[in-house]
Ligand binder design. Structure first.
Ligand SMILES: NC(=O)c1ccc[n+]([C@@H]2O[C@H](COP(=O)([O-])OP(=O)(O)OC[C@H]3O[C@@H](n4cnc5c(N)ncnc54)[C@H](OP(=O)(O)O)[C@@H]3O)[C@@H](O)[C@H]2O)c1
Length: 317
């Protein structure tokens, strides 16, 4: 059964979504358009998407004021980012601009126009040394350029727009290019009979991207503001995540080799424990966050129903 938040009928909103070609952006736009009007901002990757798309490159176009004054959205959801950790290490200035400076400008522009602003951040703002789950009150200590720029973005957004929602997330799902999420990584490689490594010492709380999308929409509908951990209800290692995918998709789990992240060839530093508490979120939403197994089942069902192909067909080649 598809998860739907136990709220009353959603109020119709006009939503402007940045990063509409990204893993979250495209799934969020498709989920949101069932109830709301959606306008996605894209740099030219999307064609024939079933929602309105406008071209906008933050690094080239800069100011968003004109767009906001033309579109008059009720809410802006900022899914645009440089979210590739290795790319951020190579291009720190660009990462800072996109992950911190542009969110500041968006947050301020929304505050000036009374537009709700929802900004996406990351679980990786923590250094992972805590032995328990991190709450919103815990002090972040980002390890690499990506997480440093994302934490700077949180601060910039909070300062420019105290009413904004800042959501620290981690999610999996089907993407436009078919290779963006960790879920796709395991499905793609195991389906081709390839051996992969699964990190046993990186704990995280993956959430199915459609559950995340519905939760973000509900947070807007409920007029929440401030910092929230919006991740899955279950903490697991990346190795366990791969094993769960293999089991659900009927793929060979023996192809997943348990490995320490410290022995990998990745250059950007990774935190070992990104177990985040969702107590504040479920308390304020007044219901439980859907389970990992429900999300995994839905991720599998999407494959059976041709959802990955549908998403990929929106891509401009
Ligand atoms: N994936 C995860 O599990 C995860 C975990 C923690 C936090 N997050 C956060 O969640 C948010 C969404 O992540 P994601 O995984 O969906 O990222 P993604 O798939 O990499 O998508 C990023 C989006 O940003 C757009 N973008 C990049 N540079 C841009 C520019 N100069 N102007 C306009 N748009 C630009 C990209 O456009 P192009 O397609 O044209 O490049 C793409 O649509 C980000 O804030 C990320 O930090 C994600």
């Amino acid at each position: 059964m598809v998860y739907s938040p136990p709220s009353t009928a959603a109020e119709h909103m006009k939503l402007l979504i940045t990063g509409a070609s990204g893993l979250l952006g495209i799934n969020l736009a498709l989920e949101a358009m069932r109830e709301h009007e959606v306008i996605g901002l894209d740099r030219g990757k999307l064609q024939s998407a079933p929602f309105r798309v406008m071209q906008f490159d933050f690094l080239r176009n800069g100011e968003i004021h004109y767009l906001l004054d033309t579109i008059h959205p009720d809410a802006l959801i900022n899914c645009a980012a440089i979210a590739n950790l290795e790319e951020c290490e190579r291009e720190p200035d660009q990462a800072y601009q996109l992950n911190a400076e542009f969110p500041r400008g968006l947050a301020r522009a929304c505050a000036e126009r009374d537009i709700q602003f929802l900004h996406l951040s990351t679980d990786a703002v923590f250094d992972g040394t805590k032995r328990d789950a991190y709450t919103e009150d815990d002090e972040p200590n980002p390890l690499g350029v990506y997480s440093q720029t994302k934490l700077a973005g949180e601060g910039a957004v909070r300062e420019a727009n105290p009413q904004a929602i800042i959501a620290r997330v981690n999610f999996f799902g089907w993407s436009l290019g078919g290779r963006r999420s960790l879920g796709e990584f395991f499905v793609n490689n195991l389906s081709e009979g390839k051996t992969v490594n699964g990190f046993t010492d990186v704990i995280f709380c993956p959430m199915w991207v459609n559950h995340l999308s519905l939760t973000l929409l509900e947070m807007l509908e409920k007029n929440l503001s401030g910092l929230y951990h919006v991740v899955g209800a279950q903490a697991m290692s990346k190795y366990q995540f791969g094993m769960e995918i293999a089991r659900r998709f009927g793929l060979r789990s023996s192809l997943i080799a348990p490995q320490s992240v410290d022995k990998s060839s990745l250059t950007a530093p990774r935190s070992h424990n990104l177990w985040l508490s969702i107590h504040k979120l479920s308390t304020d939403l007044e219901h439980k966050i859907p389970s990992f197994s429900t999300g995994l089942d839905r991720f599998y069902t999407q494959l059976q129903q041709g959802y990955p192909q549908k998403i990929r067909s929106y891509q401009q080649f």
